[in-house]
Ligand binder design. Structure first.
Ligand code: SF4
Length: 257
């Protein structure tokens, strides 16, 4: 897709998404450590789910050191509503451990003075490292304009035709930050995460309930009558339905045992 078409598309999807999912909550001012923790909790999750887990930690634990020394089983219970919980527990615990073992404290507010490049370099050694976490910390802690791209955002952008499967998150974020701009960055991330959790689901998107179906190339193809769909879409759809059926059968079998 040409840059001008991408720009037009991104600008056009914001109003219907805003109408469906509402205004983005105002990002709170937090210490750097908490911005980092929130970034780990919110990757591939909605703001509301991440916020609920964040508040459980704030209210149920004396401090972040208590979280660091808690067992994975206990952390898993607190974070059970977030996807990929085991991996997320390990990333959170590993990050707290790494900070504590290198500083003997959790005060990383000095990182606010770092350049984006230096912060990216430091976080590269952390167990929680990902483009999403780094970009979100730069955006929320350093007031930068980088767009955080997680798997959910990537999936939506690929289906919209804005990103190719071979595009790296860093490249996508660079192009998008020019289109979205600093002022709309938080709103864009919030709206796309809501869309991904609501209808643009990983296995089978619910295009028939999507507020931007008419603007999305995948949605337009999928909602066409079967005889008008390109062969590749029909094949993909048949494959997805077969996969879905097999998964359901497997689940049923398991339940019978
Ligand atoms: S139309 Fe379908 S594929 Fe496109 S964004 Fe909506 S749910 Fe996703």
């Amino acid at each position: 897709m040409k840059a001008a078409d991408k720009s037009r598309l991104i600008k056009n999807i914001i109003p219907p998404l805003r109408e469906r999912y509402g205004q983005v909550p105002k990002p709170p001012e937090l210490p750097m450590l908490e911005h980092l923790i929130f970034a780990i909790l919110s990757e591939d999750a909605t703001e509301a789910k991440a916020e609920a887990v964040f508040q459980k930690f704030k209210e149920g634990y004396f401090d972040w050191n208590e979280v660091r020394v808690s067992s994975i089983t206990e952390l898993r219970e607190v974070m059970k509503d977030l996807p990929d919980v085991d991996n997320r527990c390990a990333r959170l615990k590993g990050t707290l451990k790494r900070i504590f073992e290198s500083l003997y404290s959790f005060d990383i507010d000095g990182w606010r003075k770092l350049s984006h490049k230096e912060l990216t370099r430091r976080l590269a050694k952390f167990p929680a490292n990902s483009q999403y976490v780094v970009a979100r910390l730069i955006r929320d802690g350093l007031k930068g304009s980088t767009i955080p791209i997680d798997n959910d955002t990537l999936r939506v952008l690929q289906r919209l035709g804005v990103a190719k499967e071979s595009d790296k998150p860093e490249k996508i974020a660079f192009g998008l930050s020019r289109i979205v701009g600093k002022n709309r960055n938080c709103e864009f991330t919030y709206l796309v995460a809501e869309l991904a959790a609501d209808v643009c689901l990983p296995n089978e998107p619910k295009c028939e309930n999507c507020p931007i179906a008419k603007l999305c190339s995948t949605g337009v193809n999928r909602l066409q009558p079967p005889e008008e769909q390109p062969k590749t879409t029909r094949r993909r759809k048949r494959k997805a339905t077969a996969k879905d059926g097999a998964a359901k059968k497997k689940k049923k079998k398991k339940g019978e045992k």
